[in-house]
Structures are given as structure tokens and as C-alpha cells.
Design a protein around this ligand. Sequence first.
Ligand SMILES: C[S@@+](CC[C@H](N)C(=O)[O-])C[C@H]1O[C@@H](n2cnc3c(N)ncnc32)[C@H](O)[C@@H]1O
Length: 253
Amino acid sequence: MAERRLAAAGVDTPRVDAEWLVAHLLGTTRSGLAGRLGDEVDGLEPLLVRREAREPLAYVLGEWGFRRLTLKTDARALVPRPETETLVERALAVAEEIERPRILDVGVGSGAIALALKDERPDARVTGIDVSADALALARENAERLGLDVELRQGDGAEAAAEGWDVVVANPPYVESLADVQPELRWEPAVALAGRGEHERLARAARARFVVFEVGDGQAQEVAEMLGRLGCGGVAITADLTGRGRVVEGRLP
Ligand SMILES: C[S@@+](CC[C@H](N)C(=O)[O-])C[C@H]1O[C@@H](n2cnc3c(N)ncnc32)[C@H](O)[C@@H]1O
């Protein structure tokens, strides 16, 4: 029933989403459901209605996995994406040889990147900055829940990037037009999605040894060339788990 309703609402992965919702209510995992998808489950109806309205699954569940962490997720900030886990991996790699690296996460959102970096590199001094007070409030809740000590502040990322860091990481807004996006994106803050030229603005402003950026599908080559033009060394593109180049890094001159 749940699967059919989500399919009718146009959800891409109706069975998986129905399993997530039911597992969440039963306090189990999807693999622990063992054929209980068809059961009557208390509390399912309001969650189904929200997902039928194409609210992102992570908002409906209220939490979402990212690297080793479970983050609180709601409409105050972007849902952490799997490709962003690749950015964390590259940031950890470039910072590997640096003692107590100072890392700035521009556009901290839910805190996903900053908190994962602190979790996996406890000696790092991690700062997250965002223009959105709502996003920062969520990031603070996540930091407290997880007991991870990161500095969180409000302001413009490019200004903060100029302060001097070992590594500046960013998953900036890079969707050029929100006109034809899938319905789920309309629930996410526009300030987190819509943007153009943010990678270059940040790369020009940054005073850092390394920058590591997430880019939109199809933008990697252009951003890599831009870093080359700015005189960066070691410019590299890393593909996400689906084989698309989504993370671009470089060593600033
Ligand atoms: C694509 S979201 C990334 C959120 C989070 N880092 C992640 O990967 O899930 C971009 C974030 O950048 C923030 N933002 C937009 N413009 C900004 C600016 N000029 N300075 C700092 N943050 C900015 C948005 O509020 C949003 O939280």
C-alpha cells in the first residue's frame, strides 16, 4: 500500500522509501523489516502524506546518515548528499600530512562536512561558516548531539576564506536554475542550492594551502581549469560512487 502510494506520487524509489518509513517507525533497519512492509504500522499515515507531497525522505525521517555520523535533518538546511562524502575523503587526504590542520568549511549547512572532518580527524581545528542563521542553528544542534567541538559562525564564506587556513572546503550553491528541478529540491533552502561562480569567488579569495570543492554534475572540468588559471598545483578531479567527477581540489600558489 505504502509503496503503491509513493509510486503514484512520482517518488523515484517507492519501495526503498516505504521501507525506510516503516523501518523508522518500527525502530529497525530496512534489512530488519523481514516482510513487514505490508503490516499496519501506527504513525505511518502522516509520514506517507509528507513523502507523497515529495518532501525529502531525510526531512520526513528527521535524521540521515553521513560518513560515520547520524545527523538531524530538516528544512533549515540541505540534506547531506552521498557525493559530499567524497569531498570529506579528499579533504582528509590533503590534510593528512598537516599537524592539527586548520580547516574552514564554507556553507556548513547541517554541519555534515565540518562534523565528519572533526569526527575523523579529531586533532583538526574545524570552523564552519554559513550566511543562514537557520542552517547554523541546525549545525549547532548536530554538533552538540554528537559531542563534536567545531567553531560555527555566521558570515560570508569568501571573507572567512581570506583569513588564512590549511584547507578550505566548500560545497557551495551551484544549481544554475531551479526552474526544472525535481520536486524534492523545492523543500530545500534556495540559498543552499542556487548559485553561479561561487567556486571561483572562493578560490580567488582563499588564503589556504589547499582548496577542495564539490561541484555540480558536468562542472568539474570547468572548475579544474579555473583553478589551473589561478596558478594552483596538483589540480585533481575525483569521481563519486556513480563515476561522475564531483570533487575538485588544488594546492593554492
Ligand atoms: C549546498 S549547501 C551545503 C551544505 C553542507 N555543507 C552540505 O554539504 O550538506 C550550501 C550552503 O552554503 C550556504 N551559503 C550560501 N551562500 C553563502 C555565502 N556567501 N557564505 C557562506 N555560506 C553560504 C547556504 O546557506 C548553504 O547552507
